[in-house]
Design a protein around this ligand. Sequence first.
Ligand code: SF4
Length: 346
Amino acid sequence: MSTTKKDIRALTKEQLRDFFVDQGDKAFRGNQVYEWLWQKSAHSFEAMTNISKETRQMLEDNFVINHIRVDTMQRSADGTIKNAVQLHDGLIVESVLIPTKTRTTACVSSQVGCSLDCRFCATARLKRMRNLNPDEIYDQVVAIDNESRLYHNRPLSNIVFMGMGEPLMNYNNVLKAIDKITSDDGLGMSPKRIVVSTSGVPKMIKKMADDEVKFKLAVSLHSAIDEVRTTIMPFNETFPLADLREALEYWYTKTKNRITYEYVVWKDINDKRKDVDALVQFCKFAPSKVNLIEYNPIDDGEFQQANSEAIDMYKNILEANNITVTIRRSRGKDIDAACGQLANKS
Ligand code: SF4
């Protein structure tokens, strides 16, 4: 007879407490095991040293801990670290640690591959194989926090959901992972230090607003003109800018949190005055800021970084319209860890 053991980290704390009561033990034992699983990130029941040997064996007989494993770690000359992370079923995702003078940021994945098809993105070339579980997202953060302490002598300060996958297409699991990351039972991080970056799924942005989430929202916009955006991000045909704009207005009305637009300027694609004017108009619908991101070609060069005059034009016109703009230089280019490069050659 073969029985499949359950992933113990799929249980809530209450369910774990109930399990121990059903076994004739104390509910408190559930708290102890929960602490080992989340706060202490135990990889095995063996490691739970304040639990009796018999209880550890009983857990071993009933459950597994599907912990991720950092398969390979690459370190960039600029201090960026990229992890290729192996999941319990052998699939691989990537996560990145980005250190700057003032913060260390984890960029984590939410899906294996991606449901969407942004044409400038290496991940889009992998079909979506599955969503990550909450514990697989949480484990990426723990692994990066450990690396941050080890290589940069400081804990992780920020998290962005900007790795592989569209986080709003795995909304429930992303939310559960963030609950664990922010709860005192987990890492106790402030939700204000977490950014969920979406390519813009209007229905889910409204849902987030209704759920009164406390983390920040970023949208990969890249163009405020439908025809251009559809060329870059074909799903824009299904979720056009008018719907996105309406969802973002709803978000702001409900949360009062301003929106960050992630925006790459590509040569001959969106580097003209009309592109900037459209962005300025789009920014007027809800308080927002713009991150102009340096592009990292993923291969033969259909998408090329625009020249510095075009970037300056964006910056000057946005600022003249009182829109905050930041130019983000890419990090970790030498290890293909920069934006849009995950899954490129790994
Ligand atoms: S940019 Fe993000 S949403 Fe678009 S294909 Fe890549 S991983 Fe998916």
